[in-house]
Design a protein around this ligand. Structure first.
Ligand SMILES: [Cu+2]
Length: 464
């Protein structure tokens, strides 16, 4: 973890808070982040107290207090994001990264955000989900003129209700979001010491991430911006498995996970081994009487879901999008399905012409999880990641919730692989092999391929 950059950013904010009135009249120094690692939570050095979130593979923007107003400075600019180690993508983002820094404020805070445009085209920022004056809503052409390259605009409003929000451009929106322009905004509830909000529980861990997607041709470095659905890089905070940080918790802790969707399709987010409740949406906290237990919650396009669970089952629990294509790495959708196709004798003939030719997928695609296939430069495998028992055969929108009895409170250090207690793990049967006859394939002459066929059950032989 690159703490140096994170803390130097925070130090800038603290220093700025104590400088002269002349300096406060100038633009706040924009903090920038060069690392794609998860930064430790930023405990507020100034302003109202709150329990900070942890942005997966992200960071929280430092601020300065100026006569009671929280001032942030976002810089829209081209960035190079490390999506996975060795896989760099040209994106547009904020303050050195995509997504931009998370903005954390407290209900009732007056917030002033300076937005400087260093992109080659105009932009705006829309504060998705917020109650604010119409002229601060950031819709280019409708509520403000677009911010031209080189210009800085100022947004100012009171964070009126607590919740999980996002920010993104509302100018050339399709292109700018396809390039990675987005960020999280968390408004913490304003509760006094020891008090709690009626619908917002105190949690020991508070994680946040955005769902985003890119279409990057293997071997290239810049997303194709016109793709609507056929993306091949399915990310959480512009990162893919196994480069997404694990979520960690001490056994028994209450964990909140905030998820926002800025892709062009829905994502059913699924957690293993625990039930959770949706405790908040973009519309605010969900009253307790309106919650029910779930293990999967669908996050639609432009939605945010805030889920909470008690992490009481120790282990390494998968947390992933349940669309299985979204837990795959960069793939060629045109690869034909080869399951059941008999290649014997064919490979040798093809290899006389194409020496590197390999057969893929005749027993499924699991071989790819272990295969060292030659890849073009600057991409990542379709199936990757290795656990203590072998390849995970995953990619994209997948990580783990690591629950440990001995995880120190407040520590986000990766505890490593879970040690499975003996007697509590699936094991190989050592008795006699199952004697199950294989089904006999019958090709009925005269039946056209694909023709519907019905077989009447033979009376008297049907057994249950
Ligand atoms: Cu998905």
């Amino acid at each position: 973890m690159n703490r140096r950059n994170f803390f130097s950013g925070a130090a800038t904010a603290v220093a700025a808070a104590s400088v002269s009135r002349v300096a406060l009249a100038a633009l706040p120094e924009p903090a920038t982040q060069s690392s794609a690692d998860t930064a430790p939570p930023l405990h507020p050095p100034t302003g109202r107290p709150y329990n900070p979130v942890v942005t997966l593979n992200g960071w929280t923007a430092p601020w300065r207090m100026n006569a009671g107003v929280k001032e942030f400075h976002l810089v829209a600019e081209p960035v190079v994001r490390e999506v996975a180690p060795g896989f760099m993508v040209n994106m547009w983002g904020y303050n050195g990264q995509s997504p931009g820094p998370t903005i954390e404020v407290v209900e009732g805070d007056r917030v002033r955000i300076f937005v400087t445009n260093r992109l080659p085209e105009h932009t705006t920022i829309h504060w998705h989900g917020q109650r604010l004056p119409n002229g601060m809503d950031g819709v280019g052409g409708l509520t403000q003129p677009a911010i031209q390259p080189g210009k800085t605009f100022v947004y100012e409003f009171v964070a009126r209700r607590p919740g999980t929000f996002m920010y993104h451009p509302h100018a050339d929106e399709m292109v700018q979001m396809a390039m990675g322009m987005m960020g999280l905004w968390i408004t913490h509830p304003n509760v006094g010491k020891g008090a709690t909000h009626p619908h917002i529980a105190k949690v020991q861990r508070d994680y946040a991430f955005l769902l985003n997607a890119f279409d990057v041709e293997p071997g290239s470095m810049t997303p194709k911006v016109n793709t609507m659905l056929d993306h091949n890089i399915w990310c959480w905070n512009s990162r893919v498995f196994p480069a997404i940080s694990p979520l960690v918790a001490r056994q028994g802790e209450r964990v909140r996970i905030r998820v926002g969707n800025l892709t062009m399709t829905n994502h059913p987010i699924h957690l293993h081994g625990h039930e959770f409740e949706v405790t908040g949406t973009d519309g605010g906290p969900v009253p307790k009487s309106a919650r029910w237990p779930e293990v999967t919650t669908d996050v639609a396009v432009g939605q945010m879901r805030q889920i909470e669970l008690i992490a009481d089952e120790p282990g390494d629990w998968a947390l992933h999008c349940h669309k299985s294509h979204h837990t795959m790495g960069a793939m060629g959708h045109s690869v034909p399905t080869m399951i059941g196709v008999d290649h014997r004798g064919l490979v040798g003939k093809i290899q006389k012409i194409v020496p590197d030719y390999m057969v893929m997928g005749e027993r499924g695609m699991a071989d790819m999880g272990a295969m060292e296939m030659p890849l073009p430069d600057n991409t990542f495998p379709m199936m990757t990641g290795t656990g203590p028992f072998g390849p995970l055969e995953m990619g994209g929108m997948f990580t783990t919730l690591k629950v440990r009895a001995d995880q120190p409170a407040g520590s986000y250090a990766d505890p490593g692989d879970f040690k499975q207690p003996s007697g509590n793990q699936a094991y190989e049967w050592q008795g006699a092999a199952a004697n199950t006859p294989r089904p006999v394939r019958t090709d009925t002459p005269g039946t056209a391929p694909g023709a519907a066929s019905a077989r009447k059950p033979a009376t008297g032989t049907h057994q249950h």
